[in-house]
Design a protein around this ligand. Structure first.
Ligand code: NAP
Ligand code: HSE
Length: 431
């Protein structure tokens, strides 16, 4: 094979080393599938002295990332450095130079995606980002290409492995939140700063990317309503189990009339929902479409080899296009659907109250729900002596009304504490 494409690799950490290894292991097949040999010629890192544990060409490694992008012997760029800058500046420059880019950077795509897509279009080259959402799982291409003829109604994902691992350990082993987080860090699932994981930022960025594709609307990560798992308690998990649910951090993008809802938060999910079976650090995405019906994509959402699989798949794709002076399908933003305020969300809610166990308390609590137009579907009480925990599940209600109810409950003298409020996602097409 005579043809060759030369790659500049920005970053050689967890994902970068995985990419180098995969390109080397699959060299012959990859060349045959691409129609050209793919060769890494330049690699940018911060610490050039550190052994990367993979074979890199002599003289390829540098701490001058801009020089990699500019180099004459780089035809396409892989960005696996992470962070907004300098990654953003480097990608912009590569595109201006007419070099296609493959990135795993969800933070950047969720914040600057539209500008970068426009630059890529202007330059007539690809910007591919399959690895930015759910690691190895193909979801960008299915949403952008395979399902392009369908009408997607809703996408529900478990898009963060760290939080899914923590919730699985709390559910199955009775581990505390702190113990489970420490284990997730030891196993390398959590980001360097686990706040990005546990507070839902990571899942919100991925949710924005998925929603943009599913609903032809540019969604910024900051537009995604977000709650993390920090306040999920052992009691929430125990009560969920008793009611037939598991607690999961869900990323939900749904179409509601002429608006779209985009949200990331912990939720009660029925045990028989396919996503409830997604354990440990696995990710999954459940798609509901008019013609295709229900689809589920499942697999490893992180890690060197799984993420490299998605990156190298993209590299082959953009290389094929480069060889034909073509480019892949572009992102569409033509629907520009407004985002529905969270207060207008309609779903069921679980409410846990610590109350004084005395005559009339249940009636007063029920009156408070009723006064705000929130209908109770289930209620039970457990406790001892003068203290009780009151568990309530509502019928489908408006979030704004539920919030007003929770505020009013906090002012009821016999209510010691509104211990938890969590959404219950039990309806297939809830909004
Ligand atoms: P990482 O292990 O921290 O690696 C980052 C690499 O970039 C390192 O080699 C670092 O150099 C290099 N780097 C950072 N800033 C640089 C700069 N200014 N100049 C030159 N080199 C620089 O990160 P990662 O886990 O591989 O993640 C990379 C990207 O993939 C991120 O966008 C992340 O969100 C995404 N991603 C990661 C995973 C995963 O499982 N890890 C999964 C999906 C997506 P040094 O090694 O010298 O510090
Ligand atoms: N920290 C992320 C997770 C890695 O736990 O899923 C992949 O983005």
């Amino acid at each position: 094979m005579d043809r060759e494409l030369r790659i500049g690799l920005l970053g050689c950490g967890t994902v970068g080393t995985g990419v180098v290894a995969l390109l080397q292991q699959g060299e012959e097949d990859i060349a045959a599938r691409t129609g050209a040999r793919l060769r890494i010629t330049r690699v940018a890192v911060r610490d050039t002295a550190r052994d990367r544990g993979v074979a890199l060409p002599d003289g390829a490694i540098t701490d001058d990332a801009a020089s990699v992008v500019e180099a004459d012997d780089v035809d396409l760029v892989i960005e696996v450095m992470g962070g907004r800058e300098p990654a953003g500046e480097l990608i912009r420059r590569a595109l201006e130079l007419g070099k296609p880019v493959v990135t795993a950077n969800k933070e950047l795509i969720a914040t600057e995606g539209p500008e970068l897509f426009a630059l890529a279009q202007e330059a007539g080259v690809d910007l591919a980002y399959e690895a930015a959402v759910a690691g190895a799982i193909p979801i960008i291409k299915p949403l952008k290409e395979s399902l392009a003829g369908d009408h997607i109604r809703r996408v529900v994902g478990i898009l963060n492995g760290t939080t899914n691992y923590i919730l699985t350990k709390m559910t199955e082993d009775g581990t505390t939140y702190e113990e489970a987080l420490a284990e997730a860090k030891e196993l390398g699932y959590a980001e360097a700063d686990p706040t990005a994981d546990v507070a839902g930022h990571d899942a919100a960025a991925k949710c924005a990317i998925v929603a943009s594709l599913a609903f032809d609307t540019a969604v910024h990560g900051e537009q995604v309503y977000r709650e993390g798992i920090e306040s999920v308690s052992a009691t929430d998990i125990r009560v969920a189990d008793r009611l037939g649910y598991v607690v999961k951090l869900l990323a939900i993008a749904s179409e509601v009339e002429d608006q779209m809802a985009v949200r990331v938060h912990p939720a009660f999910l029925p045990k028989d929902h396919p996503l409830a079976a997604v354990r440990d650090a696995y990710n999954a995405i459940y798609v509901e479409a008019d013609a295709a019906g229900e689809l589920m994509f499942y697999g490893h959402g992180a890690g060197a080899a799984p993420t490299a699989s998605a990156v190298v798949g993209d590299v082959i794709d953009v290389s094929r296009n480069l060889l034909q002076t073509a480019r892949g399908p572009v992102e569409s933003e033509h629907r520009a659907q407004p985002i529905r305020p969270i207060e207008d969300l309609q779903t069921q809610y679980f409410v846990l109250l610590d109350v004084d166990d005395q005559p009339g308390v249940l009636a007063e609590v029920a009156l408070t729900f009723g006064a705000h137009g929130v209908s109770i579907a289930q209620v039970w009480q457990e406790g001892d002596d003068d203290h009780a925990q009151l568990v309530l599940v509502t019928h489908r209600s408006r979030e704004g009304d539920l919030r007003a109810t929770a505020d009013a409950l906090a002012d009821v003298a016999a209510v010691r504490r509104v211990a938890s409020v969590m959404r219950v996602e039990s309806e297939v097409f809830s909004s």
